[in-house]
Design a protein around this ligand. Structure first.
Ligand code: S3P
Length: 162
C-alpha cells in the first residue's frame, strides 16, 4: 500500500487519527513535527524562536525525505501544505486525506502550549483557517469531517480509501 498523508488544521486530530489508522492498517506512523524535532534535536517552539522561516525550511526538508517513505501514515503539521514545493512532495508521498474539523470544535480542546502560532491565544485559528481552507481543499484526494468520535472518523477514512 502507498502512504497515507494526513493534512489539516493544527488541532484537527491528525496525529490521533493517524496513529489509529496506522494500527488498523498495520502501517508505520510518522508525525512530521516529531520527525523534524528528532532530525535537529530541537523542539518546535525552539525552532520558531529562531524565526518561523527556520522551521518552514526544515519542514520542506521533511517533506522531501518523507516522499520516500513506504507503508506509512504521515501526519503533517498544519502549515506543511502552504509551500507549493511541499505540496509536490506530499502528493508524491501518497494519497492525501484532509482531516476537516470545524474551528469552533478545535478551539474547545486544543493544547496551545507547544504551538507557537497560538502563543497569543486560539483566536488566531480563525484567520489561519480562512487562509488555509482553500489549500487543504485543493490538495485533498479525500476529505473527512472530524466532528464525531475517533472510531467513526477513522472508519470514514477507511471507507473513503477503499
Ligand atoms: C503549525 C502546526 C503545528 C506545527 C507548527 C506550525 C501550523 O503542527 O507544525 O507549530 O503552521 O499550523 P500541528 O498541526 O501538528 O499542530
Amino acid at each position: 500500500m502507498t502512504n497515507i498523508v494526513l493534512i489539516g488544521m493544527t488541532g484537527s486530530g491528525k496525529t490521533t487519527i493517524g496513529k489509529e489508522l496506522a494500527s488498523r492498517l498495520k502501517l508505520s506512523f510518522i508525525d512530521m513535527d516529531d520527525f523534524i524535532e528528532k532530525q535537529v534535536g530541537q523542539s518546535i517552539p525552539e525552532l520558531f524562536e529562531q524565526g518561523e522561516a527556520v522551521f518552514r525550511s526544515l519542514e520542506t526538508d521533511a517533506c522531501i525525505k518523507l516522499a520516500d517513505a513506504t507503508d506509512t501514515v504521515i501526519s503533517t503539521g498544519g502549515g506543511a501544505v502552504l509551500k507549493q514545493e511541499n505540496q509536490k512532495w506530499l502528493k508524491q508521498a501518497g494519497v492525501i486525506v484532509w482531516i476537516d474539523r470545524p474551528v469552533n470544535l478545535i478551539v474547545k480542546d486544543i493544547e496551545t502550549a507547544h504551538r507557537p502560532l497560538l502563543k497569543n491565544g486560539t483566536e488566531a485559528l480563525y484567520t489561519l483557517f480562512e487562509e488555509r481552507q482553500p489549500v487543504y481543499e485543493a490538495l485533498a484526494d479525500v476529505t473527512v469531517r472530524n466532528d464525531q468520535s475517533l472510531s467513526e472518523t477513522v472508519n470514514d477514512v477507511l471507507n473513503q480509501l477503499t
